[in-house]
Design a protein around this ligand. Sequence first.
Ligand SMILES: Cc1cc2nc3c(=O)[nH]c(=O)nc-3n(C[C@H](O)[C@H](O)[C@H](O)COP(=O)(O)OP(=O)(O)OC[C@H]3O[C@@H](n4cnc5c(N)ncnc54)[C@H](O)[C@@H]3O)c2cc1C
Length: 495
Amino acid sequence: MLHLLATALLSIAALAPEARALAVPSPQAPLSRRDNLDQIVLPGFPHPNPTVSYWQDPPHRIANLRTTPELPTSEVFDYVVVGSGISGAAVAFKLLSRDPSLSILMLEARTAASAASGRNGGHCKPGDWKEVKDWVELYGEDEALRLGKMEQDCVDDVRDFVRTHNVSSGWQDVETADVYWTKKAFDEAVEIKQFQDELEKRRPNDGPWSNKRTVYAGQAARDYWKWPQILGAVAYTSHTQNPYLTVCALLEQSLDKGLNLQTTTIALSIDKVSNRSDAGAKWEVKTDRGTVKGKQVVLTTNSYTNALHPGLASTGFLVPQRNQVAAVHPSKDTSNNTVFRRSHSYPDLHSGNNYIAIRAPGDIGAGDVILGGSTKFSPTRERNITDDSVINPDIADDLHGVGRVVFGYENWGESTTVVKDWTGIICNTPDGFPVVGGLPNEEGLWASVCMNGHGMAWAFRSAEALVQMMAVGETPSWLPKSFDINRAWNYTAEA
Ligand SMILES: Cc1cc2nc3c(=O)[nH]c(=O)nc-3n(C[C@H](O)[C@H](O)[C@H](O)COP(=O)(O)OP(=O)(O)OC[C@H]3O[C@@H](n4cnc5c(N)ncnc54)[C@H](O)[C@@H]3O)c2cc1C
């Protein structure tokens, strides 16, 4: 059925722009008027006219790159990678770092790194470790430790990449905290910290122990963290960055090694090659610009995977969700205030689960406060939406006001300047973990997708694991079993 749709879309793609817009209406009702809608909108695929994120201004020099002006339809590539976010960029980088002779073609529906990776909140933070108690209960101690270590190692790997390659993406090592207003939530956080400490004593070689957590309670928390109304905070090390620039730098590393990047080229369907004599090609990918061939194909399509792979879509395991971010600026001079050198998340109160990163002195936009979250202000929680061409005004209202509330008058001053609002699409699974591995019964078709809104802390290492599977034929022992792609089908069986 979806296949027929893709074929129909191929012919629609040949129509004039105005006719295309009429032929395939947007799958989601816009929340505000969409201007300049002159391009095709394919249900579930990346929207052609997204909001522009704070990070994408100005666009990177490779934003519109087509390494070769024509789509290379006659070549058979060792790998065709679909998607140029951190997942696709890391897969190409790691493949070419192992073997620079590989031929790799990357297809990107929009401009380079223009989906979640180019429009997130700017945090690279090992914050899911606070789930460790639940992980132990659900999956056992060994797996819980693997998950925690993978998260920390992944964050450290991204940091090392940025440092080794002198990437100018405003990377900062910052103190971060999960901050609490309610006694119940803070007591639970303290209990989890004690649980982590006991685990570290028993398993000193197995967990993410390099990143120490410090608890601040009551007045000590308010004095130290300088948010006036909190009951406690758990502080540790995190990072902030312009994620768009980091991912474009990752892509540039591969471009130097021969990656062929084709932006504004939508993969519409993927099929097994019928004639195997075609220089080893196993798969062909139909795009709006022609059909390309690969020995292996890698999906790094995150929240848009369902549209491209009917099998994965049929499991119901991958659920897109729109997320929204605002960049705002406090009225007070914050340049000498330590609280604006940190990053923050607050998972309790009636807060909307906000996360906050701040542009450091010397960065473009120094002192701008980047706030994400607040999806609870949408009745649908923005689930099953893949349209990032509009913003939700209710969420924007909350994001614009909340900085003043949490930082307090003394820190923030009297008013707020709104710098930018934007949206992006994340992909969630019911268990909260990415989907990594070979597609069952589809030899040579692979995926590292659905990063559950935490891709800066999951994707780089997921790519590393996938590359080992593809290149060596082995799954690394450090990869959590919870990431296994096959569970998507088990979920369908249980549902
Ligand atoms: C608003 C927002 C805030 C976030 N904040 C944070 C944060 O602070 N910290 C954090 O760790 N994570 C955050 N995330 C999540 C994080 O950005 C993602 O998990 C991560 O970027 C996913 O990377 P990816 O490469 O897997 O997917 P993406 O970056 O989404 O890349 C997928 C790419 O595939 C392309 N594609 C898809 N389908 C096709 C097709 N058919 N043909 C061609 N190309 C296709 C897309 O255009 C896209 O470029 C946030 C996400 C959003 C949206």
